[in-house]
Design a protein around this ligand. Structure first.
Ligand code: GDP
Ligand code: IMO
Ligand code: MG
Length: 424
């Protein structure tokens, strides 16, 4: 009966994969509902590291049904690579299903992602260049190729011919790029379709039935609230709805199925790609957090920008996602920093102080964070076994944080491993 959503509350990489993996031990079904292989979710079990991009983080449990919903955009080449690498490590993918409605990332989407970023020059978004934006563009333009088409060779060939011809024209005539050989693309993608046909199933029906049968469901968010196309830092966002509300449209279930919404945050803030970041640290502490926290992108390897915990953005996430509780990861990374800071509000250029995240880039760019300071902690907390065992300064930090964002913290991450979580 319980259906939980796990959603990112900052700019991604909060450790959603780890939380899903932990909760998946008590779940029957794990569902991805949006985004694509721009996501990189890390699961660590006894020193074994798994980096998942498209496949739900429940895959390590042999009896968990793992579903990829209609709202996901799927790169079949990368997906097959991920399937193969899991199977080579002895992980079964027999319980994995993809909705026939999911849109397929085609090679021109990847090319156009790169070309449009190049065209933007200094105003680029800093995308993952996985073709995510261009694939969603085609979906809304109503000329996309879907999973269902991929496994139907005649339909696929016709769609590649019509869409591919137009894409080649745009690539060569607008951007001066190189055209794709459409016969080769057809051959390659037909082979992917044959390989993937056995994974296709109606995820809306499977999820609905699981809910009706009293099964426990976990919805695994990708990206995060501040990367949402409407409620993030537009245009420095992704092209989907990573919010809790996006789960229903991305899976094909009604909102009444959902019983619990968990937000994941880091004990500080990170961001990859461009865009405003009010609490960013361009100093030694920022470098220390990056190095100790291993803050390098799971998908692109780019160094992540680092900064203090921003209660204004997490407060925004609590509201727009309707969070029931928070999981705060990477508290261990803050060990050894003399004074910790939390941003509690933004001071605007006219002197006013705001507590709600502003809707425009202009407002964000002019704002200055207002900080509360906390005495840090020097202890290694990675082996603590309960919240009460944490140093007093750690507990004070978490308690103030939950007051400031208006949501209880029920899990605290003290290391990357599955076992390094304190539940309250
Ligand atoms: P996701 O995209 O939200 O699933 O997060 P990523 O996997 O991209 O990035 C989170 C990184 O932090 C991964 O390398 C995790 O193994 C690691 N991690 C998660 N939780 C913790 C924690 O509590 N402490 C530490 N030190 N690392 C963590
Ligand atoms: P997970 O699920 C962090 C960022 C990119 C870029 C912007 C748009 O691992 O938290 P896109 O390729 O989606 O068009 O890029 O969004 N981005 C992420 N940042 N974690 C992610 O996923 C991200 N997925 C996209 O860096 O700024
Ligand atoms: Mg990630």
């Amino acid at each position: 009966m319980p259906a939980n959503i796990v959603v990112g509350t900052q700019w991604g990489d909060e450790g959603k994969g780890k939380i899903i993996d932990i909760l998946a031990s008590r779940a029957d079904v794990v569902v991805r509902s949006q985004g694509g292989n721009n996501a990189g979710h890390t699961v660590v079990n006894n020193g074994e590291v798994y980096k998942l991009h498209l496949i739900p983080s429940g895959i390590l449990y042999p009896n968990t049904l793992c579903l990829i919903g209609a709202g996901v955009v799927l790169d079949p080449k990368d997906f097959i690579g991920e399937l193969d690498s899991l199977e080579a490590r002895g992980i079964s993918t027999a319980n994995l299903k993809v909705d026939p409605r999911a849109h397929i990332v085609m090679p021109w989407h990847i090319a156009l992602d790169g070309l449009s970023e190049e065209f933007r020059g200094n105003s680029d978004i800093g995308t993952t260049k996985r073709g995510i934006g261009p694939t969603y563009m085609d979906k809304y333009e109503r000329c996309g190729i879907r999973m269902y088409d991929l496994v139907n060779p005649e339909v696929l060939a016709a769609k590649i011919k019509s869409t591919g011809t137009l894409k080649n024209k745009i690539i060569t005539e607008v951007y001066g790029g190189e055209a794709f050989d459409l016969d080769k693309v057809t051959e390659e993608y037909t082979a992917y379709g044959q390989r993937l046909a056995k994974y296709m199933d109606d995820v809306s029906v499977l999820t609905f039935n699981a809910s009706k049968d009293g099964k426990t469901i976990m919805f695994e968010g990708a990206q995060a609230t501040l990367l949402d196309i409407d409620f993030g830092t537009y245009p420095y966002v992704t092209s989907s709805h990573p919010l809790s509300a996006g789960v229903c449209v991305g899976t094909g279930v009604g909102p009444k199925v959902i019983t619990n919404i968990i937000g994941v945050a880091k004990a500080y803030t990170t961001r990859v790609g461009k865009g405003p970041f009010p609490t960013e640290l361009d100093d030694e502490i920022g470098d220390q957090i990056r190095n100790l926290g291993g803050e390098f992108g799971t998908t692109t390897g780019r160094p992540r920008r680092t900064g203090w915990f921003d209660a204004v953005i997490v407060r925004h996430s609590v509201r727009v996602n309707g969070l029931d509780s928070l999981a705060i990861n990477k508290l261990d990374t803050l060990s050894g920093i003399g004074t910790l800071k939390i941003c509690v509000a933004y001071k605007m250029p006219d002197g006013s102080v705001i507590e709600n995240f502003p809707p425009t880039l202009e407002a964000l760019e002019g704002c200055e964070p207002v900080y509360e300071e906390f005495e840090g902690f020097g202890e290694d907390i990675s082996k603590c076994t309960s919240f009460d065992e944490l140093p007093e300064n750690c507990r004070k930090y978490i308690k103030r944080l939950e007051e400031l964002v208006g949501c209880p913290v029920k899990m605290v991450g003290i290391g990357p491993d599955r076992s390094q979580i304190l539940e309250r």
